[in-house]
Design a protein. Structure first.
Length: 306
């Protein structure tokens, strides 16, 4: 299968050891790929390398099956991108902002109306951009990236500054866009919860190195869900669980948390047989935030935080 985006040993070093080191990205066609990492991890540097805005010290970038280098940049015509904040003319209206880029790209005039409809700004096309909300500006910026009908869309932190309602609208818009346009979305974000609800694939970057890459389901499989127990006698429950070979710990609200070795029904049977009245017994869902924390935080810091 030809990948929509691929890198081999991609490196760019900056003074002090910062940058990215040996990245091997693999983004399948049609995927929504969430590119995650703490601030300073190298996400924006990676995106600039992918778009030819920075030259790598080593390694290779392939976009839509074609190698990207200074002598072969034609593939970028099939890539749309929004890096950091959209470059807009606030004194012009939404339509005029798109029209400037349409003329530069020599696209049909009808393309502006198509994009305005696609990003939900047709009714506001005549308003000056300075009067747009932040969410409307983000959608217009994405509209600029969509003008050439790209097959690969690269977005760097598109949800920055949006309120919860705006973030939810953006998530629905991006999901529908990928489905209807048949494109691949490479999305850099620190909004873990949003990526968890949107992405099909995830890459986790930390200190310039890729710590994980794969499907969201594969990432979740890396962690065992915790079992949360609430009962009338936590002290007795701890003794029963320890005798069963478990390692329970007190959690918030006098609950117990453990990563069970025995099947949960068996643990419940032993607790009830010991006279413990079990009020709540459930496995916690494994969140992307917890997995991200485990992948990007040194073990000694995790223990301190716990």
């Amino acid at each position: 299968m030809e990948l929509a985006l691929q890198t081999h040993g991609l490196c760019r070093r900056f003074p002090g050891g910062h940058g990215v080191h040996g990245l091997d990205l693999a983004v399948p066609p049609g995927a929504i790929y969430g590119f995650l990492g703490p601030n300073g991890a190298g996400k924006t540097t990676t995106i600039r390398l992918l778009l030819g805005l920075l030259r790598p010290d080593a390694g290779e970038v392939r976009l839509l099956g074609e190698r990207l280098d200074p002598a072969h940049r034609g593939v970028l015509a099939r890539v749309g991108a929004l890096v950091e904040h959209p470059s807009l003319y606030p004194h012009l209206d939404g339509r005029a902002n798109l029209e400037v880029t349409r003329r530069l790209l020599r696209l049909p005039r009808t393309r502006v109306d198509e994009v305005l409809e696609r990003v939900g700004l047709a009714a506001d096309a005549g308003r000056r951009v300075r009067d747009y909300s932040l969410g409307m500006r983000q959608r217009l910026g994405i509209g600029l990236a969509l003008l050439p009908r790209p097959k690969l869309l690269v977005l760097d932190e598109p949800g920055n500054g949006l309120d919860p309602a705006g973030t939810q609208q953006l998530r629905g818009f991006l999901r529908e866009l990928v489905a209807s346009e048949g494109l691949t979305l490479f999305l850099s974000s620190h909004l873990l919860g949003e990526v968890e609800q949107l992405a099909s694939h995830v890459g986790v970057l930390d200190a310039g190195r890729l710590r994980f890459q794969g499907t969201l389901a594969a990432l979740r499989e890396r962690a065992r869900p915790a079992l949360v127990l609430r009962c009338d006698d936590p002290s007795r429950a701890i003794r029963v669980l320890v005798d069963a070979g478990e390692d329970p710990a007190l959690a918030e609200g006098h609950a117990l948390r453990l990563w069970p070795r025995l099947p949960v029904p068996e643990l419940n049977r032993r607790l009830v047989a010991a006279g413990v009245a079990v009020q709540h017994l459930a496995l916690e869902p494994v969140t992307l935030e917890r997995l991200f924390f485990d992948l990007t935080t040194p073990a000694e810091r995790r223990e301190h935080a716990a």
